[in-house]
Design a protein around this ligand. Structure first.
Ligand code: HAM
Length: 423
């Protein structure tokens, strides 16, 4: 019979991995919470127009990576490829920004891009990201970057490099575009077909091409830093000095552009040396103008998103903590009814109790399961214990035993397994 398999580029996250996901998610909640961020959850699909407008119709994402389809009602919808446009759509739809308010959102969840799957690159992947709407100050750029670094460091993500650049503002673009188009036009035949198209639609995006032939041409292109307007230069300078006073080490990469159209001024990426080709764990930047283009009041914005799969690949290996406090074994099948009562009583008292006294499993088989579970405490229940209504909690690692009356068992187990709950 045919065996079903998960779709290419998607993965099951199995019970032996989910605890590591919880560490990443809990840490994000904790760290982002300290900075005043609150969670927002938007639908997994949106009207395609949200991304065509928001992500930008000249991006690779919109041109060739979206999971778009017409639903049964004839609506054109897309599985979200990124979190920024949906957050802005929700912010505008619910009129969340009032007056001069500053709104700080974070989000976690699956994103979908039809990319070529490889290690660290999937078609369904997960992002944890943040967006700050309503502030222009470069200090906020530095604040979200500093927060991203503090979070990744708290998780122990190995060998981090923060790369920073500016993509300038409108005045910069006018000057830079002219310089870039002229330089590219001279060597158009050396560029790949995609870049020849980008040369016309968005010459800045050529700088992002990883193909060796294009890289050689890119190395000779003028730098955006030669065309920066006074305002863009001042913004970049203030981001750098804020990061410096916060003690966040930065590598300025004058050629870094990001694969999204909405960025203006600050852009950044964090890479981990522990990863292979797909080494970017997090990326973001400022996108002033986007909220206005998406129909809201024209408030500025800045944010980032991280790839959870990549963070997990770059995090140190560690042992999972046991998920069971007390494993209860039935000496024989007749004792299993009492075992189930004991287990339920302990659970009601807040103890993580488990048994395998089902379907006539032998004591030996249950003992093996108890061992595999890693539960630090065990109880064996047989006719003698039931007759005396006394049970022995045994600590597995040193053999320490405590024998107690049936009526006290749950409360004492709770105290032994959760010492902090004792008073
Ligand atoms: P992005 O650079 O496209 O930015 O994605 C952010 C992160 O998502 C990447 O650094 C990477 O870790 C992860 N990622 C992207 N694609 C994949 C994939 N196919 N498989 C696994 N991981 C992936 C954005 O999405 C922007 N919305 C970030 C942002 C928020 N800018 C401002 N606010």
């Amino acid at each position: 019979m045919k065996e079903f398999r998960a779709i290419r580029g998607t993965r099951d996250i199995l019970p032996e991995e989910t605890w590591r996901w919880h560490i990443v998610e809990d840490s994000a909640r904790e760290v982002f919470g300290r900075y005043g961020f609150r969670e927002i959850r938007t639908p997994i699909f949106e009207a395609s127009e949200v991304f065509v407008k928001g992500t930008g119709d000249t991006t690779d994402i919109v041109q060739k990576e979206m999971y778009s389809f017409e639903d049964l009602g004839g609506n054109q919808v897309t599985l979200r490829p990124e979190g920024t446009p949906p957050v802005i759509r929700a912010h505008v739809e619910h009129r969340l920004g009032q007056g001069k308010s500053i709104d700080r959102y974070y989000y976690c969840g699956p994103m979908f891009r039809y990319e070529r799957p490889q290690k660290g690159r999937y078609r369904q992947f997960h992002q944890i990201g943040v967006e700050v709407l309503g502030v222009e100050a470069p200090e906020v750029d530095a604040e979200v970057i500093g927060m991203a670094m503090a979070w990744l460091q708290a998780l122990g993500v190995a060998d981090l490099t923060l790369r920073l650049n500016t993509v300038g503002d409108e005045e910069t673009w006018a000057a830079y575009r002219t310089a870039l188009v002229a330089a590219q036009a001279d060597r158009l035949d050396e560029l790949c077909a995609d870049c020849q198209r980008r040369h016309v639609t968005n010459p800045l995006r050529v700088l992002d091409c990883k193909k060796p032939g294009c890289q050689a041409v890119i190395a000779d292109m003028p730098s955006i830093h030669d065309s920066l307007s006074a305002e863009a230069g001042a913004h970049f300078h203030r981001v750098q000095s804020s990061l410096e006073s916060a003690g966040v080490p930065v590598v300025v990469d004058p050629r870094m552009v990001r694969g999204l159209d909405y960025y203006r001024l600050t852009v950044f990426e964090v890479a981990s040396g522990a990863l292979g080709a797909q080494d970017s764990v997090l990326g973001g930047g400022r996108y002033d103008g986007l909220v206005g283009r998406m129909g809201g009041d024209d408030v500025p914005g800045v944010g980032f998103a991280s790839g959870v799969e990549r963070i997990l690949l770059a995090m140190p290996e560690s042992e999972s903590a046991p998920i069971t406090d007390v494993f209860v074994v039935a000496f024989d099948e007749e004792s299993s009814g009492k075992v189930h009562d004991i287990v339920q009583g302990m659970r009601a008292a807040g103890v993580r109790a488990l048994t395998q006294a089902y379907d006539g499993r032998s004591k030996r088989s249950q003992g093996k399961a108890a061992h595999r579970s890693g539960a630090p405490w065990q109880i064996v229940v047989g006719p003698d214990e039931i007759a005396a209504d006394r049970y022995t909690l045994k600590r597995v690692d040193d053999g320490y035993e405590k024998t107690v009356e049936g009526g006290e068992l749950a409360a004492i187990a709770a105290r032994l397994t959760r010492p902090s709950n004792s008073d």
